[in-house]
Design a protein around this ligand. Structure first.
Ligand SMILES: [Zn+2]
Ligand SMILES: [Zn+2]
Length: 334
């Protein structure tokens, strides 16, 4: 899908957000009204209670979705800014001397993160940097081509919210998945019995239905199908994201084979708290309480690296230097 090259902060807004709002939420309002108004066998008072709960979940879903979509990633702290002398070097001149100079500069800065190449034949550490953003990448930050900037603690770019899932909206995104799937399960559970009892009792009943009643039944049936499919997809995606959260990994980190720091704090609850907040009562409330500045992440003692060691072991001989003159794989964005 072609990505917008404009400089607006939400390149895909508003089309996709509006489309998803319609499909996920407005649809369920219509669905609820049709089902409760025409097919439900519950007494009126129960129908009203069902509708109140329904709208409560709907509000939590919408609030979570909009909070995830409109919570901007924090601006990259100035301490990660890359000196112009490195930014201005043309791509073809980013040779081993460039990397050597860059690494020596980066080693003197405690906040700059190094990583290992994925060259099996020529492994070396180098500072993570981004030329388009003119920065050394903060720990766990990555450059997003869709958002056209570096994103602190980037998890992945999500087309549904038209922005990245990052350090400050990850909780809202998980809240959205939770409440959207809850809404689907709630809808499907409520309606299953009523919907299929009609068919079970007498299949010909449907054929003999008044045209209006048949339309109501088909709307409800399509909503039920939608709810079941969405519930399976959303729950599956949540299990995937939570399986990484309990070990304090992002999607990008879990799919990256490079040697990387271990951010696990040693307990599942502590790892979850880094995103969902220390107050467990607020974990599923779309309220911002993620305890992070977006740049500072404790690393397990076993995976701490000493930049001085990296520098010595990588650059003591020319052969061990960063890259040969023709190797510019990392020249653009690493
Ligand atoms: Zn960048
Ligand atoms: Zn993005």
């Amino acid at each position: 899908m072609p990505s917008c090259r404009c400089s607006c902060p939400y390149p895909n807004f508003p089309g996709r957000i509006i489309a998803w709002l319609c499909s996920f939420n407005v649809w369920y309002q219509i669905f609820a009204t049709v089902y409760l108004g025409f097919l439900s066998e519950f007494p009126t008072v129960v129908n009203v209670a069902v509708l109140v709960v329904w709208n409560g979940i709907w509000l939590l879903t919408i609030t979570s979705l909009l909070s995830a979509a409109f919570t901007d990633p924090v601006a990259i702290d100035p301490r990660y800014r890359m000196p112009e002398e490195f930014v201005e070097v043309p791509v073809e001149e980013r040779t081993k001397k460039f990397f050597k100079r860059l690494s020596r500069y980066a080693v003197s800065k405690p906040d700059i993160q190094f990583q290992m190449t994925d060259h099996s034949s020529r492994e070396f550490f180098y500072p993570r940097y981004c030329i388009p953003c003119k920065i050394f990448k903060p720990p766990r930050a990555h450059h997003c081509r869709q958002c056209q900037r570096c994103i602190p603690r980037m998890d992945h770019h999500c087309p549904v919210i038209a922005t990245c899932v990052h350090s400050h909206n990850h909780k809202f995104f998980l809240n959205f998945l939770f409440w959207a799937s809850f809404l689907c399960v709630y809808a499907a559970t409520l309606i299953t019995r009523t919907l299929f009892e009609i068919v079970d009792l007498d299949v010909e009943f449907l054929i003999a239905m008044e045209q209006f009643d048949l339309v109501m039944w088909l709307i409800t049936f399509s909503g039920w199908t939608n709810a079941v499919i969405c519930a399976i997809a959303l729950i599956g995606f949540q299990i995937y994201l939570w399986s990484m959260l309990v070990s304090n990994q992002t999607t990008l980190e879990s799919n990256d084979n490079k040697v990387k720091p271990d951010y696990s704090l040693g307990s599942r609850v502590k790892n979850i708290e880094t995103v969902m907040g220390y107050n467990k009562l607020l974990w599923f409330v779309p309220y911002q309480n993620t305890p992070t500045d977006g740049f500072t992440y404790p690393v397990a003692a076993s995976s701490e690296t000493n930049p001085d060691d990296m520098c010595e072991c990588e650059y003591e001989t020319e052969e061990d230097s960063c890259a040969d003159d023709s190797d510019n794989e990392y020249a653009h964005d690493v």
